[in-house]
Design a protein around this ligand. Sequence first.
Ligand code: 0A1
Ligand code: ZN
Length: 870
Amino acid sequence: MADMLSTNAQAPIQAPTVIRRQDYRPPDWLVPDIALDFDLDPARTIVRTLLSVTRNGDHDRPLRLDGDGIVPLAVRVDGRELTQEEWHLEAGALIIALPDAAHQVETLVELAPEGNSKLMGLYASGGLLCTQCEAEGFRRITFFPDRPDVLSRYSVRLEADKARFPVLLANGDPIEQGDLPDGRHWARWNDPFPKPCYLFALVAGDLACNTDRFVTISGREVALGIWVKESDVPRTAHAMEALKNSMAWDERIYGREYDLDVFNIVAVADFNFGAMENKGLNIFNSRYILADPETATDIDYDGVEGVVAHEYFHNWSGNRVTCRDWFQLSLKEGFTVFRDQNFSADMGSHAVKRIEDVRILRAGQFQEDSGPLAHPVRPESYMEISNFYTSTIYNKGAELIRMMALMMGPERFRAGTDLYFDRHDGEAATCEDFVLAMEEGGAIDLTQFRRWYEQAGTPHVRALISHDPVSQSVELTLEQSVPPTPGQSDKQVMAIPLRTALFDSATGTHGGDELLLLTQAKQSFTFTGFPNAPVLSINRGFSAPVIVETNRSQADLAFLSAHDDDPFARYEAMQQLMVNVLVGRIAGQAVDDQAVIDAVRNTITDTALDPAFVAETIRLPSEAYLGDQMRLVDPDAIHAARDALQQKIGAELEPLWRDIHAKTKANAFALSPSAKGGRKLRNAALHYLVASGATDGPAIAFAQFDAADNMTERQAALGTLANGTSAEREAALDIFYNRYRDDALTLDKWFQTQAFALHPDTVELVAQLSEHKDFTLANPNRVRSLYGAFAGNQWAFHHASGKGYRLLADCIIALDRLNPQTAAKLVPPLGRWKRFEEGRAALMRAELQRILAQPGLSKDVTEQAGKSLE
Ligand code: 0A1
Ligand code: ZN
């Protein structure tokens, strides 16, 4: 019986249906109030749910309550138990015909959380019981209209064994608690803010708490709690600091105040995503909460800060104003990413944060936008919504908000967001509602701009300048095109804001930064007062998420890499300089790479520059980014060319690298921006020093690995060694393993570093690691550290033998039976086959076909693999 009722009960196989945005209809029934009663136990949990339902509009349709893998043990309407004839199940949903406009509907369900390997709904992780409901997990807990436009007030009672589960948490404010006979206890939580069920959460377990307080701008005192296992409490300080900073920042920048008496965060080890913004009870993947210098890198620290902020900011952009339907996902996600990006920039360096964010966008979103899974920021259809938590929804969505903010300026943008929050507080809104509020509050016409929500694909802008010495004028001609994407062959002209400046190459200055709005397919702009031909700096600050092609010479780029006063544009000039040389090398041309070496030398010797910016700028474009610049990716040629240039930069500037490496050694660990910048530059110097081929390179790396008082330096040294074949490589890997084998998050780094290594045997090593006793498919972080990192390692993954493809496909097939959501996220790398020569393309397609041929394949993987073959 328990088996049949478990949350993992196999649903009958059906062809996945396509859900379309145009088919949206308001809900037939609303649920203003819900009372949930959980009798918690890992093997057998009983959920009693009481819904007050009201008919929405004049219709006679029955009540339909979504369900997934659950069956009702009892159904009562207005206190009377229904007979089996009075309800039925349809595709998992409970259907009940109801006579009147309002009823009380009660259901009883049994769950087995310990058997729930999908990590959706109620599940067990490291001795805890916890929930994940976004997007459609609540229907695995109880029968309910599982859609974001049904908002309810929640009252929740939890009961469990007190020794095993001394802490009982849910959304909202704690109301009461008490003891029961037989060692059990209970707690009641009420959430006064109506919310959709995807924001429901509970946690039960033996947790310790880092407590603090925050006084809001109007004087309300909020009790803050970060709940983790006892031994992890000392690793929560950074998360707590980030939380308090986020609360103050949202008040200051957006006028948004927190609204409950408590704000709790819980860290769990097994989690499909980064974290979840459940109202008043955020649940986090532990990797975005726990940090100390011994185990967390500076990137990890920044990740904690950014994700804590992201989830907190959702309290307004997501919870108080939620989404009408899942097609509007970017309404909350794009906006919230934009908010967390700006927060992190304010906490650290604006320049470096922008460079990092653009690098992430190009690596993930540009690839997605140019492949078979490309979709608009507001998609038109989906089969499985969890496949749409994509870089397009999140990162491109954030760029859309950024462009609007840029075009409006800070005051008008704030007027727009104020209007949006005021107008839609307590509602489920659409992307169009957001744009309308921006137009009205910010006094701007966004008619053409709306196409950014509708059209997939990264726009290309060709920018050519011509100079006329007679009239002393410059003509800048901009031409745009948006490539075809699945289901969208013809594209309309976009509105593209491009921050531009024209530099006088004699003085290294410009007469002002202008925001040009490109609104036509081809458009010219004329500038006067230029006796000499200027140098073009365009898309400064990455003002639009587009690919710009220009007719700038290597000399122009070298000039900008030394003089551009916009840090992003300066970085970009250096990157383009490097890309040009590398693309030439890849094509086997004899290229002059002196300009790159000189530019790197200038940058590392310019003492006025922020070390973190220097480290970003001198880094060679990744192998994957170089692949994106080519029609057909040649992984071996890319690797060889990049390796050779790296060696040359290393060797030619060797004394400088040694000097930087020695000078940036800190006496004691600190988390200040300058200390972080120093470490970043130190690691970059080490990298080039080892790449130079200097005989003492591995020994210097090993010494850094060994002596480091922080993970940033230790992991960087390990990564550098892992790329080579020195004896130090094996020694460092062994030491690292033995030191951190009992700390899951740090052991993830051991797997990840090897999977990401630019080493000739990485494919074989990954195959061996998949058999390692510490490897498990049950933990998504471990899976991502090995297979996610490997699939991002272009040279290794695209091994001509096809071994890499087979490895990944084997993992997807095995993982799909346990955790389809995480399995589906591993599919996209196989879908890039059109970008590779016929041999590799055929091998990739064959693996996609093998995946699709598996009996009982999930909807998640079916959608991703099916679309990837098209
Ligand atoms: N809303 C969360 C992301 C998220 C989505 C789905 C999840 O289910 C497994 C979990 C988290 C965010 O943006 O942080
Ligand atoms: Zn989010």
